[in-house]
Design a binder for this molecule. Structure first.
Ligand code: HEC
Length: 129
């Protein structure tokens, strides 16, 4: 009887250990990361962001091949790494003063400089940088 119990203990603990070590290590990615960006939207976003009359992000930011960039804001590089959450990137562009009331960055959404649709496109583009 004692033998049976100890055998059972051994079996159950082995099963338990196996279950533990077999537990898959899944790293959850935000849903947005899985969705590939539509090249047409990215191109439209680039036109808005680098255009001098609309976004004019180049006035303050260095952006890949953009000409004569300003350096008031940080260079827009490695954006996915710096903004794993696309919604946070959008929030920064919609109203930078929400996170930093002293921000020199134009609150593009709040001031209606860009429409929500234009901001969505800019976000898609900036996220590819
Ligand atoms: C008048 C200058 C100015 C303009 C124009 C401007 N920004 Fe900014 N931006 C800043 C400054 C300054 C910061 C630094 C953080 C802050 O103050 O909010 C910043 C920060 C950012 C950040 C966060 C970067 C980081 O690493 O934290 C993003 C993204 C960004 N800007 C995107 C844009 C986009 C896209 C446009 C164009 C639609 C734009 N900015 C136009 C000045 C500007």
């Amino acid at each position: 009887m004692v033998r049976l119990v100890s055998t059972l203990v051994v079996i159950t603990s082995a099963a338990w250990l196996t279950a533990c070590s077999n537990k898959p290590v899944t790293k959850q990615e935000p849903a947005a990361m899985a969705a590939p960006s539509d090249p047409k939207i990215v191109a439209a976003g680039k036109a808005i962001a680098t255009g001098r009359s609309q976004g004019n992000c180049l006035a303050c930011h260095m952006i890949e091949d953009g000409e004569s960039p300003g350096n008031i804001g940080p260079p827009l590089i490695a954006m996915k790494a710096r903004f794993p959450d696309k919604a946070k990137l959008r929030a920064q562009i919609w109203d930078a003063t929400a996170a930093n009331p002293e921000s020199a960055m134009v609150p593009f959404g709040r001031f209606k400089v860009l429409t929500d649709d234009e901001i969505d496109k800019v976000v898609e583009y900036i996220w590819t940088l």
